[in-house]
Design a protein around this ligand. Structure first.
Ligand code: KIV
Length: 273
């Protein structure tokens, strides 16, 4: 099999991610939303599998991540966990599940952990949400933070452009990242921020910083699986590297099947009982 196959089959833990940062080993992270894909991603040696709320876009065809619900994230989370042996599985808390009310947030977090059997949750936001983050961590739930471009706030920004280009926003991001480390988050995702700023954050924090569109100076990288496999079309941000053209491969294969059915080539005698 091609690619990076680790001989280390021990389950990845939040503690092991910190050790990886300490010894300078980069952390690989990719999304998955279903059992079959999770088995493939885990089998290829991924360190962290993110059940991202990008499921709202990729699986459900919504324009934003906002509509996806706690029940739907639990469904995706459970499906992924069943397919994973080694990777750390992190599930996104969806929009509205922790922003409105503190006890609601803690209850939703506990429910998501209980029902998915995931290892951790990811939450977007900084200073504004530290109270609920603290309570969730106190309840025993490991949190991965998410700063920079936070897609759940897209209606506030009005654009998916690069964040923290101006000094004031960059300084707030640095403060937020430190705050997340102080309150006990085990890691932080930085999305679409200047590479220099992301590298600064990674060098100042002891917890791993995972980037998406944040350059190579961070402790690890995350991409959306459907994008990096070339299943999606028409989404080509600068940071996205496509490792395959599955859209073409799948369309060709499915087109051949259609033609074989139409021409009575499928099934043949050896494909029947
Ligand atoms: O939902 C998601 O896929 C994410 C990644 C882009 C980090 O949050």
């Amino acid at each position: 099999m091609a690619g990076y196959l680790t001989s280390d089959t021990r389950k990845v833990t939040t503690h092991r991610l910190t050790e990886m940062k300490q010894r300078g080993e980069k952390i690989s992270m990719l999304t998955a939303y279903d059992y079959t894909m999770a088995q493939i991603v885990d089998g290829a040696g991924m360190d962290v599998i993110l059940v991202g709320d990008s499921a709202s876009n990729v699986m459900a065809g919504n324009v934003t991540t906002l509509p996806i619900t706690v029940d739907q994230m639990i469904y995706h989370g459970k499906s992924v966990v069943r397919g994973v042996k080694r990777a750390l599985v992190v599930v996104d808390m969806p929009f509205g599940s922790y922003q409105a009310d503190l006890s609601d947030g803690v209850r939703n977090a506990i429910r998501m952990m209980k029902e998915t059997h995931a290892d951790a949750l990811k939450l977007e936001g900084g200073e504004e949400f530290v109270d609920v983050f603290r309570k969730i961590i106190a309840a025993g739930v490991p949190i991965m933070g998410h700063l920079g471009l936070m897609p759940q706030s897209i209606n506030k920004y009005g654009t998916y452009g690069v964040r923290a280009k101006e000094e004031a926003e960059a300084e707030k991001l640095v403060r937020d990242a430190h705050l997340l480390e102080e309150i006990g988050c085990f890691s932080v995702v930085l999305e679409k921020v200047p590479a220099e700023l992301a590298a600064r954050v990674a060098s100042e924090l002891t917890i791993p910083v995972i980037g998406i569109g944040a350059g190579g100076g961070v402790d690890g990288q995350v991409l959306v699986v459907a994008d990096m496999l070339g299943m999606t079309k028409g989404f080509s941000p600068k940071f996205l590297r496509r490792y395959a053209d599955l859209n073409t491969v799948m369309t060709d294969a499915i087109g051949k099947y259609v033609a074989d059915v139409k021409s009575c080539d499928f099934p043949n005698e050896s494909e029947q009982y």
